[in-house]
Design a protein around this ligand. Structure first.
Ligand code: ADP
Ligand code: MG
Length: 499
């Protein structure tokens, strides 16, 4: 039986991981498949017949066998492009399950109560007058959407999507002010210490007039100072806490948490989001939740991926922003890039030099950045070069960032720790070595560090890897997801998707 499969079927090639060989994996999967196909009761097909018929999808059993053991005559191109009905069906089922479970989360959320905020108050009005800029129309619209959520007794679950630099932080600060002025505490969570630190400074500036303590909590805070933070949150003397994952550890207890803000939400999992929420949960009461992301995601996809959230979009950049001019240079021309930095700094402008590395090893990343900084210091002796990476202590990172902000440094050599949030308007040139090692959204975020002021901004990618001209696997599965989504949307529209 096993042999006859390989004779009339194509041989699958599975992605491997260390310690498992192709032959072994094939054998295991073939056995699992045979077991599943021989025990239909164990393999229920959750998609109803009429639906399968409507989209011409195969049954689950058929889909699994044609994916793992395709017939010889199969359309190989369609297989590679993710267009095979079997693949589409499997993707459909996965997305539908994801969507339904999030819809369920949303429905359950609606059965909870949340604090009902009064939104017209002098503090909020005052806040807008002390800002050094006018809010964009898009920011105003999103703030209004947040206000309308918070004035009901249902917990807000809102995703704010806005490109890097679109000004999400100030919207978050406004929401925080609403909660504070209604007597509730606010927790703001960011994925990196550097970003949390930056929010901490911004919130302190913007909310200086509010009579409350704003605290900072990360994993690095230990001993007595940590105890003090925990105490102030438990007894309610602190109104806002800003921090990293450390916020949802067990011993963090709030007196009356009314709003949770999660920045760069794509860096956290759904479960982390929910863990923080459970902190503010009392009897049938839940805090409002605002999550923010800069990851560009088509509306339909966002509705699917974040089906438990309502979506607000900041689709406008503050006035005067120009697109970042982006170029690719082969690594051999690195010297030209170095020369260009000298001229750039001569015009009193600053720049980033970002080092990437394939391995997920922070140790190696830091060493590579150290080496690069040293080489650049040799090549550019007249330029003030700083270095920042994940292994520096908080206080050291802070010193470097402050020095760069105050223009005591001209060039900042960095690992991807500066990926999110860092905001220095005078730095409008970014060199990224080996950008192909980064994901598209990571690259987009990184590049978003420049283009924050009025000046023309540039990103220069140094690489020897040709740009892909054919869609790779990731794009193929994206394409599958999109076609599947279209079917899903039709179903949702006919089934009613609620608010
Ligand atoms: P992001 O959406 O990427 O988080 P930020 O909130 O960090 O963006 O904002 C980027 C920069 O733009 C900050 O320096 C911020 O103070 C500034 N900014 C925000 N809103 C406006 C506005 N309406 N006009 C001018 N500058 C703004
Ligand atoms: Mg931000």
């Amino acid at each position: 039986m096993a042999e006859s499969i390989t004779e009339t079927k194509l041989t699958p090639v599975y992605p491997l991981t260390e310690g498992i060989r192709q032959k072994t994996l094939r054998k295991i999967i073939r056995q699992a498949l045979a077991t599943a196909l021989n025990n239909p009761a164990e393999l229920p097909d959750w998609l109803p017949e009429p639906l399968l018929a409507k989209f011409e999808y195969p049954k689950l059993a058929d889909a699994l066998s044609s994916v793992h053991a395709p017939d010889e005559g199969i359309d190989v191109a369609a297989l590679h492009e993710g267009k095979l009905p079997a693949l589409k069906r499997l993707a459909f089922e996965e997305l539908l399950a994801h969507y339904l479970s999030l819809q369920q989360t949303k429905q359950i959320n609606a059965t909870w109560s949340a604090p009902q905020f009064r939104t017209v108050n002098p503090l909020a009005q005052h806040f807008l007058t002390v800002l050094p800029f006018q809010l964009t129309q898009a920011q105003k619209r999103v703030i209004a959407e947040i206000e309308s959520d918070c004035t009901t007794t249902k917990p807000m679950m809102r995703l704010v999507q806005g490109d890097v630099g679109s000004g999400k932080t100030v919207v978050a600060a406004y929401a925080a002010l609403l909660a504070l002025s209604n007597g509730y505490q606010v927790a703001v969570m960011a994925p990196t210490e550097l970003l949390a630190e930056q929010h901490f400074k911004n919130f302190n500036n913007w909310l200086a007039e509010v009579q409350t303590q704003i605290l900072f909590l990360t994993g690095q805070l230990k001993g007595q100072p940590r105890q003090q933070v925990l105490q102030a949150l438990a007894d309610g003397s602190a109104g806002i806490v800003i921090g990293t994952h450390a916020l949802f550890q067990d011993n963090v207890i709030f007196r009356n948490l009314g709003l949770i803000i999660i920045d760069e939400q794509h860096r956290f999992g759904v479960h982390q989001r929910m863990a923080l929420r459970s902190k503010g949960q009392k009897q049938n009461f839940r805090p409002h939740q605002l999550v923010m992301t800069a990851t560009p995601i088509p509306r339909t996809l966002a509705m699917l991926q974040y089906a438990d959230l309502d979506l607000s979009i900041i689709d406008e950049l503050p006035p005067g922003r120009k697109p970042v001019v982006t170029s690719v240079l082969p690594s051999e021309r690195r010297q030209e890039v170095i020369d260009r930095i000298a001229g750039w700094v001569g015009q009193r402008k600053q720049a980033y030099w970002v080092c990437t590395l394939i391995e997920e090893s922070p140790q190696l990343q830091c060493e590579a950045a150290e080496q690069t900084a040293e080489n650049l210091r040799l090549a550019l002796p007249d330029i003030r070069i700083g270095l920042i990476h994940g292994r520096l202590k908080n206080s050291e990172k802070d010193q470097v960032m402050q020095a760069f902000k105050q223009h005591k440094l001209d060039l900042l050599v960095a690992t991807t720790v500066i990926e999110v949030g860092v905001d220095v308007a005078n730095a409008s040139l970014m060199i990224i070595e080996n950008p192909e090692r980064l994901g598209l959204s990571q690259l987009h975020q990184l590049r978003g560090r420049v283009g924050r002021g009025q000046a023309d901004s540039y990103a220069c990618y140094c690489t020897n890897r040709p740009c892909p001209t054919r869609p790779n696997t990731a794009w193929a599965s994206y394409a599958t997801a999109m076609t599947v989504l279209k079917s899903l949307k039709r179903i949702c529209n006919s089934g009613g998707q609620g608010r």
